[in-house]
Design a protein around this ligand. Structure first.
Ligand SMILES: [Zn+2]
Length: 463
Protein backbone atom coordinates (compact mmCIF):
# COMPACT_ATOMS: atom_id res chain seq x y z
CA UNK A 1 0.00 0.00 0.00
CA UNK A 2 3.12 2.14 0.18
CA UNK A 3 2.58 4.01 -3.06
CA UNK A 4 -1.14 4.45 -2.73
CA UNK A 5 -2.46 7.90 -3.57
CA UNK A 6 -4.69 9.31 -0.85
CA UNK A 7 -6.30 12.36 -2.48
CA UNK A 8 -9.61 11.87 -4.24
CA UNK A 9 -9.47 11.14 -7.98
CA UNK A 10 -12.31 11.52 -10.46
CA UNK A 11 -12.70 9.89 -13.88
CA UNK A 12 -15.48 10.42 -16.41
CA UNK A 13 -15.91 8.00 -19.32
CA UNK A 14 -18.14 9.56 -21.95
CA UNK A 15 -19.57 7.06 -24.46
CA UNK A 16 -20.72 9.36 -27.23
CA UNK A 17 -24.16 8.49 -28.56
CA UNK A 18 -24.22 5.06 -26.87
CA UNK A 19 -27.83 5.34 -25.69
CA UNK A 20 -30.54 4.01 -28.01
CA UNK A 21 -34.10 2.68 -28.33
CA UNK A 22 -35.05 -1.01 -27.99
CA UNK A 23 -34.18 -2.85 -31.21
CA UNK A 24 -36.26 -5.75 -32.60
CA UNK A 25 -33.18 -7.60 -33.83
CA UNK A 26 -31.80 -7.60 -30.29
CA UNK A 27 -35.00 -8.99 -28.80
CA UNK A 28 -36.26 -5.49 -27.89
CA UNK A 29 -33.07 -4.70 -26.01
CA UNK A 30 -31.01 -1.57 -26.52
CA UNK A 31 -27.33 -1.94 -27.50
CA UNK A 32 -26.39 -0.98 -23.91
CA UNK A 33 -28.60 -3.82 -22.63
CA UNK A 34 -27.35 -6.27 -25.20
CA UNK A 35 -23.59 -5.63 -25.16
CA UNK A 36 -21.32 -7.73 -22.93
CA UNK A 37 -19.82 -5.19 -20.54
CA UNK A 38 -18.89 -6.89 -17.27
CA UNK A 39 -16.81 -4.01 -15.89
CA UNK A 40 -19.42 -1.32 -16.44
CA UNK A 41 -22.19 -3.55 -15.12
CA UNK A 42 -20.14 -4.42 -12.08
CA UNK A 43 -19.66 -0.73 -11.29
CA UNK A 44 -23.32 0.04 -11.82
CA UNK A 45 -24.34 -2.82 -9.53
CA UNK A 46 -22.17 -1.31 -6.78
CA UNK A 47 -22.77 2.34 -7.56
CA UNK A 48 -25.56 4.76 -8.27
CA UNK A 49 -27.59 4.85 -11.46
CA UNK A 50 -29.99 7.44 -12.76
CA UNK A 51 -31.03 9.38 -15.80
CA UNK A 52 -29.96 12.88 -16.73
CA UNK A 53 -31.34 15.42 -19.17
CA UNK A 54 -28.29 16.76 -21.01
CA UNK A 55 -30.20 18.69 -23.68
CA UNK A 56 -32.21 21.59 -22.22
CA UNK A 57 -35.59 22.31 -23.83
CA UNK A 58 -35.26 24.40 -26.95
CA UNK A 59 -31.74 23.20 -27.81
CA UNK A 60 -30.89 20.77 -30.57
CA UNK A 61 -29.33 17.52 -29.35
CA UNK A 62 -25.75 18.08 -30.46
CA UNK A 63 -22.60 16.73 -28.84
CA UNK A 64 -21.63 20.34 -28.14
CA UNK A 65 -24.69 21.05 -25.97
CA UNK A 66 -24.63 17.61 -24.36
CA UNK A 67 -20.93 17.65 -23.43
CA UNK A 68 -21.17 21.21 -22.09
CA UNK A 69 -23.93 19.97 -19.78
CA UNK A 70 -21.99 16.91 -18.67
CA UNK A 71 -18.90 19.05 -18.06
CA UNK A 72 -20.97 21.20 -15.71
CA UNK A 73 -21.73 24.21 -17.92
CA UNK A 74 -25.35 25.25 -18.38
CA UNK A 75 -25.79 25.53 -22.18
CA UNK A 76 -28.39 28.25 -21.68
CA UNK A 77 -25.65 30.42 -20.20
CA UNK A 78 -22.51 29.24 -21.96
CA UNK A 79 -23.37 27.95 -25.42
CA UNK A 80 -21.73 30.00 -28.18
CA UNK A 81 -21.78 27.47 -31.02
CA UNK A 82 -19.98 24.30 -31.88
CA UNK A 83 -17.35 25.28 -34.42
CA UNK A 84 -15.79 27.93 -32.20
CA UNK A 85 -14.99 25.25 -29.59
CA UNK A 86 -13.37 23.21 -32.36
CA UNK A 87 -11.41 26.22 -33.56
CA UNK A 88 -10.02 26.78 -30.06
CA UNK A 89 -8.89 23.15 -30.00
CA UNK A 90 -7.06 23.68 -33.28
CA UNK A 91 -5.15 26.51 -31.69
CA UNK A 92 -6.98 29.35 -33.42
CA UNK A 93 -6.87 32.56 -31.41
CA UNK A 94 -10.40 33.88 -31.90
CA UNK A 95 -11.30 37.54 -31.63
CA UNK A 96 -14.68 39.04 -30.77
CA UNK A 97 -15.37 39.71 -34.46
CA UNK A 98 -14.76 36.16 -35.62
CA UNK A 99 -17.61 33.92 -36.68
CA UNK A 100 -16.74 30.24 -37.02
CA UNK A 101 -18.33 27.43 -39.01
CA UNK A 102 -17.93 23.67 -39.09
CA UNK A 103 -16.88 22.56 -42.57
CA UNK A 104 -17.45 18.84 -43.27
CA UNK A 105 -15.89 17.05 -46.22
CA UNK A 106 -18.92 15.18 -47.51
CA UNK A 107 -19.94 12.92 -50.38
CA UNK A 108 -22.69 14.31 -52.58
CA UNK A 109 -24.34 12.22 -55.31
CA UNK A 110 -22.47 12.39 -58.61
CA UNK A 111 -23.54 12.61 -62.24
CA UNK A 112 -25.05 15.25 -64.48
CA UNK A 113 -27.94 17.44 -63.48
CA UNK A 114 -28.62 20.36 -61.25
CA UNK A 115 -26.48 20.91 -58.16
CA UNK A 116 -29.63 21.50 -56.11
CA UNK A 117 -30.89 17.98 -56.91
CA UNK A 118 -27.87 16.35 -55.31
CA UNK A 119 -28.26 13.98 -52.38
CA UNK A 120 -26.19 13.90 -49.15
CA UNK A 121 -24.65 10.43 -49.56
CA UNK A 122 -22.19 10.50 -46.64
CA UNK A 123 -21.56 13.26 -44.09
CA UNK A 124 -18.07 11.80 -43.44
CA UNK A 125 -16.78 10.79 -46.92
CA UNK A 126 -16.19 7.25 -45.65
CA UNK A 127 -14.37 8.79 -42.66
CA UNK A 128 -11.61 10.16 -44.86
CA UNK A 129 -8.16 10.21 -43.28
CA UNK A 130 -6.87 13.48 -41.85
CA UNK A 131 -3.91 13.40 -44.28
CA UNK A 132 -6.10 13.14 -47.39
CA UNK A 133 -8.55 15.66 -45.99
CA UNK A 134 -5.81 18.24 -45.45
CA UNK A 135 -4.78 18.00 -49.12
CA UNK A 136 -8.35 18.68 -50.23
CA UNK A 137 -9.02 21.47 -47.74
CA UNK A 138 -5.74 23.21 -48.63
CA UNK A 139 -6.64 22.89 -52.30
CA UNK A 140 -10.07 24.48 -52.06
CA UNK A 141 -8.77 27.14 -49.67
CA UNK A 142 -6.26 28.22 -52.29
CA UNK A 143 -8.59 28.05 -55.29
CA UNK A 144 -11.66 29.51 -53.58
CA UNK A 145 -9.57 32.21 -51.94
CA UNK A 146 -8.45 33.44 -55.34
CA UNK A 147 -11.90 33.25 -56.88
CA UNK A 148 -14.23 34.53 -54.17
CA UNK A 149 -11.91 37.01 -52.42
CA UNK A 150 -13.85 37.14 -49.13
CA UNK A 151 -11.93 39.25 -46.60
CA UNK A 152 -10.99 37.53 -43.34
CA UNK A 153 -12.15 34.06 -44.50
CA UNK A 154 -9.92 31.11 -43.65
CA UNK A 155 -10.06 27.28 -43.62
CA UNK A 156 -8.47 25.21 -40.83
CA UNK A 157 -8.05 21.48 -41.54
CA UNK A 158 -8.95 19.21 -38.61
CA UNK A 159 -9.48 15.50 -37.89
CA UNK A 160 -10.87 13.23 -40.64
CA UNK A 161 -13.92 14.94 -42.20
CA UNK A 162 -14.15 17.67 -39.51
CA UNK A 163 -12.76 21.10 -40.44
CA UNK A 164 -13.37 24.69 -39.45
CA UNK A 165 -13.85 28.02 -41.20
CA UNK A 166 -13.13 31.29 -39.42
CA UNK A 167 -14.77 34.33 -41.02
CA UNK A 168 -14.14 37.78 -39.58
CA UNK A 169 -17.49 39.58 -39.22
CA UNK A 170 -19.17 36.65 -40.98
CA UNK A 171 -22.94 36.15 -40.99
CA UNK A 172 -24.65 34.71 -37.92
CA UNK A 173 -28.38 35.22 -38.54
CA UNK A 174 -28.89 32.12 -40.59
CA UNK A 175 -30.16 28.55 -40.47
CA UNK A 176 -27.70 25.78 -41.28
CA UNK A 177 -28.26 22.01 -41.12
CA UNK A 178 -25.91 19.31 -39.78
CA UNK A 179 -25.11 16.96 -42.68
CA UNK A 180 -25.47 13.84 -40.47
CA UNK A 181 -29.16 14.77 -40.12
CA UNK A 182 -29.87 14.60 -43.86
CA UNK A 183 -28.09 11.44 -45.00
CA UNK A 184 -29.80 10.05 -48.11
CA UNK A 185 -31.86 13.20 -48.63
CA UNK A 186 -31.83 15.89 -51.31
CA UNK A 187 -29.75 18.84 -50.17
CA UNK A 188 -31.86 21.67 -51.64
CA UNK A 189 -34.25 22.14 -48.67
CA UNK A 190 -31.26 22.24 -46.32
CA UNK A 191 -29.00 24.74 -48.05
CA UNK A 192 -28.26 27.89 -46.00
CA UNK A 193 -31.17 30.25 -45.28
CA UNK A 194 -30.85 33.79 -44.01
CA UNK A 195 -28.00 36.29 -43.90
CA UNK A 196 -25.31 35.43 -46.47
CA UNK A 197 -27.23 32.42 -47.84
CA UNK A 198 -26.29 32.89 -51.48
CA UNK A 199 -22.59 33.41 -50.75
CA UNK A 200 -22.36 30.29 -48.56
CA UNK A 201 -24.31 28.24 -51.11
CA UNK A 202 -21.88 29.47 -53.79
CA UNK A 203 -18.93 28.36 -51.67
CA UNK A 204 -20.42 24.87 -51.28
CA UNK A 205 -21.23 24.63 -55.01
CA UNK A 206 -17.77 25.83 -56.04
CA UNK A 207 -16.18 23.30 -53.70
CA UNK A 208 -18.07 20.53 -55.50
CA UNK A 209 -16.78 21.76 -58.87
CA UNK A 210 -13.22 21.73 -57.54
CA UNK A 211 -13.29 18.51 -55.53
CA UNK A 212 -15.37 16.13 -57.63
CA UNK A 213 -12.66 15.89 -60.28
CA UNK A 214 -9.68 16.13 -57.92
CA UNK A 215 -7.10 13.35 -58.60
CA UNK A 216 -7.24 12.26 -54.97
CA UNK A 217 -10.94 11.52 -55.36
CA UNK A 218 -10.22 9.54 -58.55
CA UNK A 219 -7.88 7.42 -56.46
CA UNK A 220 -10.50 6.98 -53.74
CA UNK A 221 -13.10 5.80 -56.27
CA UNK A 222 -10.64 3.22 -57.62
CA UNK A 223 -10.12 1.93 -54.09
CA UNK A 224 -13.88 1.61 -53.64
CA UNK A 225 -14.06 4.60 -51.27
CA UNK A 226 -16.56 7.41 -51.55
CA UNK A 227 -15.09 10.63 -52.94
CA UNK A 228 -14.89 13.65 -50.62
CA UNK A 229 -16.42 15.73 -53.37
CA UNK A 230 -17.89 18.71 -51.52
CA UNK A 231 -17.75 20.70 -48.35
CA UNK A 232 -20.83 21.35 -46.19
CA UNK A 233 -21.00 24.39 -43.94
CA UNK A 234 -22.91 24.39 -40.61
CA UNK A 235 -22.48 24.79 -36.84
CA UNK A 236 -21.93 28.55 -36.67
CA UNK A 237 -20.31 29.92 -33.52
CA UNK A 238 -18.59 32.78 -31.69
CA UNK A 239 -15.71 32.96 -29.30
CA UNK A 240 -16.59 30.77 -26.28
CA UNK A 241 -16.39 32.15 -22.73
CA UNK A 242 -16.44 29.32 -20.19
CA UNK A 243 -15.67 29.87 -16.51
CA UNK A 244 -12.65 27.95 -15.33
CA UNK A 245 -13.32 24.39 -14.23
CA UNK A 246 -10.81 24.83 -11.42
CA UNK A 247 -12.57 27.95 -10.13
CA UNK A 248 -15.90 26.14 -10.23
CA UNK A 249 -14.86 22.87 -8.65
CA UNK A 250 -11.36 23.25 -7.20
CA UNK A 251 -9.98 20.30 -9.15
CA UNK A 252 -7.29 20.22 -11.83
CA UNK A 253 -7.95 18.02 -14.78
CA UNK A 254 -7.33 16.79 -18.29
CA UNK A 255 -9.49 15.94 -21.23
CA UNK A 256 -8.64 12.97 -23.43
CA UNK A 257 -10.48 12.97 -26.75
CA UNK A 258 -9.91 12.43 -30.45
CA UNK A 259 -12.29 15.09 -31.67
CA UNK A 260 -11.70 18.82 -31.59
CA UNK A 261 -15.12 19.69 -30.18
CA UNK A 262 -14.49 17.91 -26.89
CA UNK A 263 -10.87 19.05 -26.66
CA UNK A 264 -12.11 22.59 -27.29
CA UNK A 265 -14.63 22.46 -24.44
CA UNK A 266 -11.86 21.18 -22.19
CA UNK A 267 -9.37 23.84 -23.24
CA UNK A 268 -11.95 26.63 -22.86
CA UNK A 269 -12.66 25.31 -19.35
CA UNK A 270 -8.97 25.47 -18.53
CA UNK A 271 -8.39 21.71 -18.60
CA UNK A 272 -5.32 20.28 -20.31
CA UNK A 273 -6.01 18.49 -23.57
CA UNK A 274 -3.55 15.60 -23.71
CA UNK A 275 -2.63 13.73 -26.85
CA UNK A 276 -2.79 9.99 -27.24
CA UNK A 277 -1.21 8.23 -30.21
CA UNK A 278 -3.55 6.45 -32.60
CA UNK A 279 -6.84 8.03 -31.60
CA UNK A 280 -9.22 8.35 -34.53
CA UNK A 281 -12.75 9.08 -33.32
CA UNK A 282 -13.99 5.74 -34.68
CA UNK A 283 -13.94 2.01 -33.99
CA UNK A 284 -10.22 1.73 -34.77
CA UNK A 285 -9.24 4.21 -32.10
CA UNK A 286 -6.61 3.44 -29.46
CA UNK A 287 -9.07 2.67 -26.62
CA UNK A 288 -6.41 1.29 -24.33
CA UNK A 289 -4.09 4.23 -24.90
CA UNK A 290 -6.78 6.60 -23.68
CA UNK A 291 -7.29 4.68 -20.45
CA UNK A 292 -3.55 4.45 -19.79
CA UNK A 293 -3.12 8.16 -20.48
CA UNK A 294 -5.96 8.94 -18.07
CA UNK A 295 -4.24 6.93 -15.32
CA UNK A 296 -0.95 8.63 -16.10
CA UNK A 297 -2.55 12.07 -15.77
CA UNK A 298 -4.06 11.16 -12.40
CA UNK A 299 -0.73 9.79 -11.18
CA UNK A 300 1.03 12.94 -12.32
CA UNK A 301 -1.12 14.96 -9.96
CA UNK A 302 -4.36 15.71 -11.81
CA UNK A 303 -7.56 15.25 -9.83
CA UNK A 304 -9.94 14.78 -12.73
CA UNK A 305 -9.93 13.17 -16.19
CA UNK A 306 -12.60 13.33 -18.88
CA UNK A 307 -12.19 10.48 -21.35
CA UNK A 308 -14.35 10.86 -24.42
CA UNK A 309 -15.00 8.03 -26.91
CA UNK A 310 -16.65 8.94 -30.19
CA UNK A 311 -17.01 5.44 -31.69
CA UNK A 312 -20.59 4.52 -30.61
CA UNK A 313 -21.91 7.76 -32.10
CA UNK A 314 -20.14 7.27 -35.44
CA UNK A 315 -21.46 3.69 -35.69
CA UNK A 316 -24.98 4.96 -34.98
CA UNK A 317 -24.82 7.62 -37.69
CA UNK A 318 -23.66 4.95 -40.14
CA UNK A 319 -26.48 2.60 -39.11
CA UNK A 320 -23.92 0.01 -37.98
CA UNK A 321 -25.59 -2.04 -35.21
CA UNK A 322 -22.77 -4.57 -34.84
CA UNK A 323 -20.21 -1.78 -34.74
CA UNK A 324 -22.13 0.01 -32.00
CA UNK A 325 -22.28 -3.10 -29.83
CA UNK A 326 -18.59 -3.72 -30.49
CA UNK A 327 -17.77 -0.11 -29.55
CA UNK A 328 -19.57 -0.46 -26.21
CA UNK A 329 -17.80 -3.76 -25.52
CA UNK A 330 -14.40 -2.26 -26.37
CA UNK A 331 -15.06 0.72 -24.09
CA UNK A 332 -15.91 -1.72 -21.31
CA UNK A 333 -12.86 -3.90 -21.74
CA UNK A 334 -10.20 -1.48 -22.88
CA UNK A 335 -11.22 1.80 -21.26
CA UNK A 336 -13.31 1.13 -18.15
CA UNK A 337 -11.58 -2.16 -17.32
CA UNK A 338 -8.07 -0.76 -17.51
CA UNK A 339 -8.99 2.50 -15.81
CA UNK A 340 -10.80 0.79 -12.95
CA UNK A 341 -8.11 -1.81 -12.33
CA UNK A 342 -5.45 0.92 -12.35
CA UNK A 343 -7.41 3.04 -9.88
CA UNK A 344 -8.01 0.05 -7.62
CA UNK A 345 -4.28 -0.59 -7.51
CA UNK A 346 -3.04 2.93 -7.06
CA UNK A 347 -5.68 5.15 -5.51
CA UNK A 348 -7.46 4.89 -2.19
CA UNK A 349 -10.50 7.01 -2.96
CA UNK A 350 -11.88 7.54 -6.40
CA UNK A 351 -15.08 8.02 -8.31
CA UNK A 352 -15.91 6.93 -11.82
CA UNK A 353 -18.83 8.34 -13.79
CA UNK A 354 -19.92 6.63 -17.00
CA UNK A 355 -22.54 7.98 -19.37
CA UNK A 356 -23.42 8.83 -22.97
CA UNK A 357 -23.78 12.51 -23.83
CA UNK A 358 -27.02 11.93 -25.76
CA UNK A 359 -28.80 9.05 -27.46
CA UNK A 360 -28.11 8.36 -31.14
CA UNK A 361 -30.73 5.71 -31.95
CA UNK A 362 -29.87 3.48 -34.91
CA UNK A 363 -33.47 3.68 -36.12
CA UNK A 364 -33.13 7.42 -36.78
CA UNK A 365 -29.34 7.58 -37.23
CA UNK A 366 -29.17 10.97 -35.57
CA UNK A 367 -29.13 12.48 -32.08
CA UNK A 368 -32.29 12.76 -29.98
CA UNK A 369 -33.01 14.75 -26.81
CA UNK A 370 -34.12 11.89 -24.51
CA UNK A 371 -32.51 11.80 -21.06
CA UNK A 372 -29.57 9.40 -20.90
CA UNK A 373 -28.51 6.88 -18.23
CA UNK A 374 -25.56 7.64 -15.97
CA UNK A 375 -23.68 5.69 -13.33
CA UNK A 376 -21.46 6.93 -10.54
CA UNK A 377 -19.23 4.50 -8.69
CA UNK A 378 -17.59 5.65 -5.46
CA UNK A 379 -14.83 3.40 -4.15
CA UNK A 380 -15.27 4.59 -0.56
CA UNK A 381 -18.98 3.89 -0.46
CA UNK A 382 -18.46 0.53 -2.08
CA UNK A 383 -15.83 -0.68 0.35
CA UNK A 384 -17.80 0.49 3.37
CA UNK A 385 -20.79 -1.45 2.15
CA UNK A 386 -21.79 -4.60 3.98
CA UNK A 387 -21.42 -6.60 0.80
CA UNK A 388 -17.89 -5.35 0.15
CA UNK A 389 -15.83 -7.70 -1.95
CA UNK A 390 -12.60 -6.30 -0.54
CA UNK A 391 -9.91 -4.51 -2.45
CA UNK A 392 -7.34 -6.34 -4.52
CA UNK A 393 -4.71 -5.43 -1.91
CA UNK A 394 -6.59 -6.76 1.06
CA UNK A 395 -5.78 -10.24 2.31
CA UNK A 396 -8.86 -10.73 4.39
CA UNK A 397 -9.89 -13.69 2.34
CA UNK A 398 -12.05 -11.51 0.13
CA UNK A 399 -12.31 -12.48 -3.49
CA UNK A 400 -9.85 -10.99 -5.95
CA UNK A 401 -12.07 -8.73 -7.99
CA UNK A 402 -9.38 -8.02 -10.53
CA UNK A 403 -9.90 -11.57 -11.64
CA UNK A 404 -12.56 -11.30 -14.28
CA UNK A 405 -13.98 -14.76 -13.63
CA UNK A 406 -14.60 -14.01 -9.98
CA UNK A 407 -16.01 -10.67 -10.94
CA UNK A 408 -18.39 -12.17 -13.45
CA UNK A 409 -19.65 -14.71 -10.94
CA UNK A 410 -20.13 -11.95 -8.35
CA UNK A 411 -22.10 -9.94 -10.86
CA UNK A 412 -24.14 -13.02 -11.77
CA UNK A 413 -24.98 -13.68 -8.12
CA UNK A 414 -26.04 -10.10 -7.69
CA UNK A 415 -28.25 -10.25 -10.76
CA UNK A 416 -29.89 -13.42 -9.52
CA UNK A 417 -30.68 -11.99 -6.13
CA UNK A 418 -31.91 -8.76 -7.66
CA UNK A 419 -34.25 -10.64 -9.96
CA UNK A 420 -35.47 -12.67 -7.00
CA UNK A 421 -36.09 -9.53 -4.98
CA UNK A 422 -37.75 -7.64 -7.74
CA UNK A 423 -41.53 -7.84 -7.63
CA UNK A 424 -41.85 -6.06 -10.92
CA UNK A 425 -41.16 -7.65 -14.25
CA UNK A 426 -37.45 -7.54 -14.85
CA UNK A 427 -37.60 -6.88 -18.61
CA UNK A 428 -35.52 -10.02 -19.09
CA UNK A 429 -32.26 -8.10 -19.00
CA UNK A 430 -29.27 -8.16 -16.69
CA UNK A 431 -29.02 -5.74 -13.76
CA UNK A 432 -26.38 -3.77 -15.58
CA UNK A 433 -25.99 -0.22 -16.78
CA UNK A 434 -28.65 0.59 -19.36
CA UNK A 435 -31.58 2.84 -20.13
CA UNK A 436 -34.19 0.59 -18.49
CA UNK A 437 -32.41 0.04 -15.17
CA UNK A 438 -31.35 3.67 -14.96
CA UNK A 439 -34.95 4.76 -15.35
CA UNK A 440 -36.09 2.25 -12.75
CA UNK A 441 -33.75 3.80 -10.19
CA UNK A 442 -36.10 6.76 -9.96
CA UNK A 443 -33.20 9.22 -9.98
CA UNK A 444 -33.66 11.92 -12.60
CA UNK A 445 -31.42 14.98 -12.88
CA UNK A 446 -33.40 17.48 -14.91
CA UNK A 447 -30.69 20.13 -15.14
CA UNK A 448 -27.90 18.11 -16.69
CA UNK A 449 -25.15 20.58 -15.83
CA UNK A 450 -25.75 19.88 -12.12
CA UNK A 451 -24.67 16.26 -12.49
CA UNK A 452 -21.01 17.37 -12.35
CA UNK A 453 -21.68 19.13 -9.01
CA UNK A 454 -23.09 15.87 -7.75
CA UNK A 455 -20.20 13.79 -9.11
CA UNK A 456 -17.58 16.07 -7.62
CA UNK A 457 -19.52 16.28 -4.36
CA UNK A 458 -19.90 20.06 -4.48
CA UNK A 459 -23.61 20.45 -4.03
CA UNK A 460 -26.14 17.91 -3.03
CA UNK A 461 -28.88 17.56 -5.57
CA UNK A 462 -32.48 17.00 -4.73
CA UNK A 463 -33.84 14.61 -7.33
ZN1 LIG B 1 -22.27 13.21 -29.01
Amino acid sequence: MGNEICSMKYAVVLMDGASDYPIEKLGRKTPLQYAQKPFIDFLSARGEMGIVKTIPDGFSPGSDIANLSVMGYNPEKYYSGRSSLEAVSMGVDLSEEDVTFRCNLVTLSEGEGDFFDKVMVDYSSDEISSEEAKILIDYIAKRLGKKLKIPGFKFYPGVSYRHVIVWRNGPLALTLTPPHDIQGQKISPYLPRGEGESLITDIIRESYELLNSHPLNEKRRKKGLKPANSIWIWGEGRKPMLDSFYDKYGVRGSVIAAVDLIKGIGICAGLDSVRVKGVTGNLNTNFEGKARKALEELLRGKDFVYVHIEAPDECSHHGDLEGKIKAIELIDKKVVGILWKGLEKMVRNYRIMILPDHATPLSVRTHVSNPVPFLIYDSALDRCGSESLGSPESNTGAKDITNIKNMKSEVKKRVKSKIRDSKEEFFGCESGFNEVNARRSGIFIKEGYRLMDHFLGKNEIKY
